[in-house]
Design a protein around this ligand. Structure first.
Ligand code: GTP
Ligand code: MG
Length: 317
């Protein structure tokens, strides 16, 4: 009997029969782009809601992707309550801000909490140094986040990029987050000449246009890897216990290191002898930031209560 001819489809499939290790460098919903350890890059199909993310080390066996254990992952809850994983196995998180478009109040604090809790070092990247108003904006950041590492750059004019290149090479794997239009993709283009990621102008309300829709990991020419992510205006941490929140929240520990609260398990609400409440009264911890702390604390407590009672995420709409 004549042998059956292999189909075209079979012939065209890349061969991963023995299992090939690689790294997810982009995610398109139903497929991931894998950079294999031998340098090849291939898309591999995945289920639409699979948990694979950029930065995952994977084994691909017979066109099936299995993620290996993660060192960490940056996760957030979106405005619909859904938990989103942005990237995995990160060393540094660049929070890109600029005088235009404005970053919503509380965004930086919440990103910092999520990053620190996941053992990812946060770095404030103040882009668009060439725009008027940047000096006053930087002064405000210095007052609000005196202890936060910060770099001033301009993707457009090249200022500060040498230092940024150095930081990113030293760090290992980094990701950029920030509101749409803050200049994340422009920074990647400036750092990796020739990649030509799409960038988009601000609209009439001075907001970005959500130009980037998928995260992409790129190897930087001077060392290190950088993930470009789509912009978003909200950031609700998920992997932080309500108990640990104060530990990661910007500005809290520097007060408690001087003098702790009376109770070790103080949540800084109404407890007597609370140093944070005192600092708010004395004006050394802003009322606005304190409210943000309380709101975040409440959200985390609601998530924990729902989890303990086996209920669904209470923020899911
Ligand atoms: N003046 C000035 N404009 C910049 C600078 N960096 C970026 N831009 C502009 O800011 C706009 C938005 O830049 P993008 O790089 O698309 O911003 P993004 O953060 O990637 O935005 P999303 O992909 O929507 O999240 C574009 O018009 C850029 O040209 C800069 O250093 N100075
Ligand atoms: Mg972009």
């Amino acid at each position: 009997m004549a042998q059956k001819k292999p189909t075209m489809r079979r012939q065209q499939k890349p061969q991963h029969n023995n299992g090939k290790p690689g790294l997810i460098i982009s995610h398109y919903g139903v497929a991931v782009l894998v950079r294999f350890d031998n340098g090849e890059e291939h898309p591999v199909k995945v289920k639409r809601n699979s948990d694979h993310v950029v930065g995952d080390r994977v084994m691909v066996v017979d066109e099936r992707v299995t993620s290996l254990e993660r060192r960490n992952a940056l996760r957030r809850r979106d405005p619909f309550g859904k938990v989103r994983t942005l990237a995995a196995n990160l060393d540094l998180l660049g929070i890109v801000v600029a005088v235009r478009p404005q970053t919503p109040s509380g965004f930086i604090e919440r990103v910092v909490v999520a990053a620190r809790a996941a053992d990812i070092a946060p770095l404030l990247i103040v882009n668009k140094q060439d725009l008027p108003g940047t000096t006053a904006f930087e002064d405000q950041l210095q007052r609000d986040f005196p202890a936060m590492p910060r770099l001033a750059v301009s993707a457009k004019q090249g200022d500060g990029l040498e230092l940024l290149r150095h930081e990113l090479a030293e760090a290992g794997r980094s990701a950029l987050v920030g509101v749409s239009g803050s200049g994340k993709s422009s920074l990647l283009n400036a750092l990796c000449p020739g990649i030509d990621l799409e960038t988009g102008d601000l609209n009439e309300e001075d907001h970005g246009c959500h130009t980037t829709s998928v995260s992409t990991l790129l190897a930087l020419p001077n060392g290190g890897e950088l993930v470009d992510t789509p912009g978003f205006r909200d950031f609700s941490p998920v992997d932080v216990s309500s108990e640990a929140l104060a530990h990661w929240f910007p500005g809290v520990m520097s007060i408690l290191e001087e003098q702790p609260c009376r109770f070790r398990n103080c949540r800084h609400r109404q407890e007597p002898g609370c140093r944070i409440k005192q600092a708010v009264t004395q004006g050394t911890f802003s009322e606005q930031r304190y409210q943000l702390y309380l709101n975040t604390l409440e959200e985390l407590e609601q998530l924990e209560t729902a989890r303990n009672e086996g209920r669904k995420n209470p923020f899911c709409r």
